[in-house]
Design a protein around this ligand. Sequence first.
Ligand code: ZN
Length: 431
Amino acid sequence: MRPWERLGLAGLVVAVLVSAGVAMFARGNGDAPARAESAPLSGATRDDVQSVLDRWAGAVRSGDTNALAALVDRSAAPGFLDAEQSRARNAAGVPFEAFGYALTDAGGTPVPDDLVAALGADEVIAPGVELRYSFAGADPVPATAPVSVVLARRGDVWTLVTDAPVAGRDVQTWRGPWDFGPVVAARAEDGESLVLGHPGDRATVEQIARGVDDAIARVTDLWGSGWSRRAVVVVAASQAEFTSLVGSEHDGANIAAVAVAGAVDRESRSASGQRIVFSPASRQRLDAGGRLVVLRHELMHAAARVDTVDGSPLWMLEGYAEYAAHRGDDTQARQIAPDLASRVADGMVPDRFPRDDDFSGSGSAAYEASWSLCAFVADTWGDARLTDLYRALAGGPRSDDDVEAVVERELDTDVETFLGQWRDWLARELG
Ligand SMILES: [Zn+2]
């Protein structure tokens, strides 16, 4: 949607964290770690540690702040327990189906000797752990997110020391909406789709929730029913939250919303962690109607995710999503593509397909041209052929020649005729 939206294919990777713990663990990192990557935990230790992780997740989920106090080590970095207890309180309104910390098969990270000495514990470990969570009804499969955690053993009791990054390992604990304040949740009418946000955005959260059913119906009408037909939407309240949810390559000041996914499994045709995230800047840049247009655009990306490979021609991905966003509205073409309309009025007509480069910078001309291409194809050949064209072009990167060949084949035309007809359509619709 416009220059302030991008198709986001990022996983859930970035965390923003500043705490005493960071300094503590970063200390002395001018030297390479003294020990090699440690082996996976042995059976008995693994069971004990998993048991602590289970109690940790259970306490967060149930809002049991006393249980958290009992799990956190007496020498833990200041603020760790507070943050855990805040998360537990903040997440009280979130309808989790699953929320668990799981040991992964990856070996842990050696813990710096000075930390081990400072804690005075019998054993200190930083095992490979991930968060697996899902929202009841809304997530077809659980999402996973990285967790960096240090545990200490005193006698036979294991405790949590920190979830801050550990020197020598490039893992930061992922932060969810519940790490950024109390969460309000609203269900869509389908009883499955979910919109999350914070109390200050409650009206926006509820407005989006009321629009989700219609957005799903519209996207399904164009794309077909071969997708989950449910949505998880998050209204981010701060830049830090937005960055945590969508990745640092998306500048929230210039983007209204991003659709992200975790892992895509093409065999089972499922994608985990599909989220539509509205940026804090969208508060100023979108009115209620504009918010629903953006919702439909992002939902189209989500619906097509398992059939869309990274690097496919952006004009196809963005043009199709934008076409889906406006389809069925009586919005004039001139309102959907005002910059393109003024170019056409000045006699500047496109003579080629938009290239991915054209989307950098402000990119509005590229978005509008891409929308117009898709609207022109739908007008001339129908929605089904447009969708076939999307599927034919969404399989990965294509050269310009390749794109032209696919268009010629799918629409049974030649590219010169096609471009000429597109220019005629622009003159007619925008002139
Ligand atoms: Zn998009």
